[in-house]
Design a binder for this molecule. Structure first.
Ligand code: PMP
Length: 453
């Protein structure tokens, strides 16, 4: 009864992110009610394993009392403090310091945003300000990568390279350029790592040449392309691109909104990839989704240029909730959990996840298996030899999502027949095994579905 009335209220009033509004009105909302560890319970009482950690964000898992206590304590003591007017709060300062200490290289300065989109948006503003301060205002062209995702702010949606974020919105702008995705499974140069790296380098060189090296402000890359379908570039790819940008004086931004905070194993994927970007954007795992927050990491070099350039003037970039003390207190509690065994557990669970997904390669629908740590995907095809995708007309992502749901598993079903996994790092081996088992059942049902074959 409660669920039915919620469905009506939702239909009438709540606009959902990235949804077909009319489609959603027909289907109605599925209400989530509670969660603990890696298990979520919906309003009908159905229990599901959350193979996607909410929206690749609940890295710590649900229901940690230490996080709840940290938030409650902070709300009681000081619910809000602005960072304007030279004011601050202890949790925001401490979190910035703890993060800087763990970040790669000289990424020693942290600007807190409310999430990933405004973290990316902030970098665009900082990058432009940097080049003005350097006396090179002509550097106002930005490059990102096809199938990349950098949020849905007005400017960030143009750096994002997924059609739904562009159509009807008037982006990308003419100063936003793209190079092809490294996508090993479907790369025209094949799956060889060296060939993929060489081809990305050539594409970036060509773009720099055509736009003009002295015009390019910055380049954006995700260590693993998340929303584009969990596309895992070969080892060495991001370092090669970073080096190329350095040679041309182009600022390099690593978007670690998904990969940050243990998702691929270490706290930051950049550390494992042995690069120090000029900016690093994070969100999601920063607070494990318990409170909204993102963080932009800025290098000493960039910070000093901006600071000196502004002199006594204010750098006019800020938000009411930047460095919100409750979110920051949550971030500190979450960081404790990561370092108190959760990252290690994630590495173990990640090995189990990858081995489990690899075991699905024998399934007639599984064309590709890819991932790193607790971030993975399988790509379904109807013909493995020719890599023919599932027919889009059958809306395979909706069918796969619904079947997995019926089987007690939440996954991300991408439109192109890719199933994405980003389970909480707290998963036990038996929970991972159950996710694989439920996936196999979902694949078998999909194989038996005449509309999808
Ligand atoms: N960058 C990347 C790499 C992301 O994956 C996302 C979100 N999935 C964003 C930016 C935007 O973050 P948010 O949804 O918190 O605004």
């Amino acid at each position: 009864m409660l669920a039915n009335s919620l469905i009506e209220l939702d239909r009438a009033h709540l606009i959902h992110p990235v949804a077909s509004y009319r489609g959603h009105e027909k289907l109605g909302v599925r209400v989530l009610k509670s969660a603990s560890g890696a298990t979520v319970t919906d309003a009908t009482g159905r229990q599901l394993l959350d193979g996607f950690a909410g929206l690749w964000c609940v890295n710590a898992g649900y229901g940690h009392e230490s996080i709840v206590q940290a938030a409650a304590r902070q709300m009681r003591e000081l619910a809000y403090a602005t960072g304007y007017f030279g004011l601050g709060s202890e949790p925001a300062i401490r979190l910035a310091a703890e993060l800087a200490q763990r970040a790669p290289g000289d990424l020693n300065h942290v600007y807190f945003s409310l999430g990933g989109s405004d973290a990316v948006d902030s970098t665009v503003r900082f990058v432009r300000y940097y080049w003005h301060a350097k006396g090179e205002p002509r550097r106002d062209q930005f490059i990102s990568i096809e199938q990349g995702y950098h949020g849905s702010s007005t400017v960030g949606a143009g750096l994002t390279a997924l059609p739904a974020f562009h159509a009807g919105f008037g982006v990308p702008y003419d100063w936003q350029h793209k190079i092809p995705s490294p996508y090993p499974y479907r790369n025209p140069v094949g799956e060889d790592a060296a060939a993929i790296i060489a081809s990305s380098l050539a594409a970036l060189e060509a773009k720099i040449e055509s736009v003009g090296a002295d015009r390019i402000a910055s380049f954006y890359a995700e260590p693993i392309q998340g929303s584009g379908g969990v596309i895992v570039p070969p080892r060495g790819w991001i370092k090669a691109l970073r080096d190329l940008c350095s040679r041309h004086g182009i600022l390099f931004i690593a978007d670690e909104v998904i990969t940050g905070f243990g998702r691929t194993g270490p706290l930051f994927a950049c550390s494992e990839d042995d690069i120090v970007p000029d900016f690093m954007t994070t969100a999601k795992g920063l607070t494990s989704g318990y409170a909204p927050m993102g963080a932009v990491f800025m290098s000493d070099k960039v910070y000093d240029v901006i600071a000196d350039g502004a002199g006594n003037a204010a750098v006019g970039h800020g938000q009411t909730y930047s460095g919100h003390p409750v979110s920051a207190a949550v971030g500190l509690a979450v960081l404790n959990l990561y370092e108190d065994g959760l990252l290690d557990n994630g590495v173990r669970a990640g090995r189990r996840l990858m081995a489990g997904l690899e075991s699905l390669r024998d399934h007639p629908l599984v064309g590709d298996v890819r991932g790193r740590g607790m971030l993975a995907a399988i790509e379904l095809v109807i013909d493995k030899e020719k890599k023919i995708p599932l027919p889009a007309a059958a809306d395979p992502s909706r069918r796969i999502f619904d079947r997995a749901w019926e089987n007690g598993l939440v996954v991300r079903a991408f439109a192109q027949g890719v199933i994405g996994y980003a389970p909480p790092l707290c998963c036990t081996e038996s929970e991972i095994d159950a996710m694989i088992e439920r996936t196999r059942k979902t694949l078998d049902q999909t194989l038996d579905d005449p509309d999808v074959r």
